[in-house]
Design a protein around this ligand. Structure first.
Ligand code: PLP
Length: 370
């Protein structure tokens, strides 16, 4: 295609898509032998019975999956004590987030999110031509209910809050969410992606507040990020409208089988969740000893501020050279922080040993690392 033709094709893109850069053809991928602690996956194997259900589902590969995810929604409703029409299922919870943005936002509308938060939301708002209002967390990460009710967020079509929050790992007591939902007439989208690592959850509020939509995922606590299973729970009327605007066959039949099987074997994950909480505790203590300041976490990751004078991107690069991948958020005012997923003991040992090694080399020859 000549350049002139390409320009003509690209100029036909919508204005919002034109604002996004193209993804470069050659993107550096993670090296195969890296310890991957940058996207909060759960590295443990699926329970054997769940694995078997996936293999059995493969035999039906030539059939379309069930439309509208009926059986999976029924299984989730039974597991969580709800009715099927209160449940929507998605190809990961990020598909459901996209659906909510498309359903609620027209160009010029606004959406509010507690910030720093899950930054994918910023892109979803941009794609709708919507204004993205970022309401800053206080230092103590308490919910600013009055600000959400009376400030610019009052005009937002919906308010988005992750609990536990990503990337801080902090947790807002459910009584606060209850108070916000009771006092607001906006939709509150409560993203509970990490809730299985937290002390409480808000699902019991669904029957009390028709303006509350709770999102869950099996990517984090159920070790199924690659299978793509997410849920939304809310009022049947709201859920029904969202289901009606979903893609045909949005999930595949392996995800249906794995999701249904996980729902009936949730107890098999208790040890996994305990292991992650124990490692979270151990890693927090070890990082603190290295001079990091770690935000108390209720998720499967830690947000750690580097020792004074050191910056997060520098630490990320230094760890990467030792084949450890962590995340950084310089665009969210967290220039001095790294976010580390909490995985297996072996992974955390590798991370801590690399961090100690970097720390030691810094002490031996102070160089610029800011
Ligand atoms: C807060 C939050 N919500 C949603 C997601 C997306 O999860 P899923 O894999 O279900 O799309 C993530 C993933 O990192 C997340 O951190």
């Amino acid at each position: 295609m000549s350049d002139a033709k390409l320009q003509s094709v690209l100029s036909a893109l919508s204005q919002t898509v034109r604002q996004l850069d193209a993804i470069p053809a050659k993107q550096p991928g993670p090296e195969a032998n890296c310890v991957k602690l940058d996207t909060n996956e759960n590295p443990f194997p699926l329970p054997m019975l769940v694995m078997r259900s996936a293999i059995a589902a493969l035999k039906r590969h030539y059939l379309y999956p069930e439309d509208d995810n009926r059986c999976l929604r029924e299984a989730a409703a039974n597991a969580y004590g709800l009715s099927r029409d209160q449940v929507i299922a998605g190809n990961g919870s990020s598909e459901l987030l996209g659906l909510i943005y498309r359903a609620f936002l027209a160009p010029g509308d606004s959406v509010a999110m507690m910030s720093p938060g899950f930054s994918f939301n910023r892109k979803l708002a941009l794609l709708q031509g919507a204004q993205f209002l970022e309401i800053e967390w206080s230092k103590a990460y308490s919910l600013p209910i009055e600000q959400l009710l009376l400030g610019p967020a009052k005009e937002a079509k919906f308010i988005l809050l992750a609990n536990p929050n990503n990337p801080s790992g902090t947790f807002v007591p459910i009584a606060e969410i209850d108070r916000l939902a009771a006092q607001s007439d906006r939709l509150i989208v409560l993203d509970e992606a990490y809730v299985d690592f937290a002390p409480d959850d808000a699902l019991r509020l669904i029957n009390r507040h028709s303006n509350l939509l709770v999102l869950r995922t099996f990517s984090k606590s159920y070790a199924a990020a690659g299978i793509r299973i997410g849920f939304g729970f809310g009022h049947p009327e709201l859920i029904g409208r969202l289901r009606n605007s979903q893609n045909l066959f949005n999930m595949n039949l392996i995800a249906h089988a794995v999701g249904t099987s996980i729902l009936s074997h949730r107890a098999a994950y208790a040890e996994n969740h305990k292991h992650i909480k124990d490692e979270r505790h151990r890693t927090t203590a070890a990082l603190s000893k290295l001079g990091f300041s770690v935000t108390p976490s209720h998720a499967n990751f830690l947000l750690a501020r580097a020792p004074p004078g050191q910056n997060g991107t520098w630490w990320q690069a230094s760890l990467r050279r030792r084949k450890i991948l962590v995340a950084v958020f310089p665009d969210d005012g967290l220039e001095n922080h790294i976010r580390v997923s909490v995985g297996s003991k072996t992974q955390m040992d590798a991370f801590l040993s690399a961090a100690a090694d970097i720390s030691k080399s810094l002490k031996m020859q102070p160089v610029t690392h800011g």
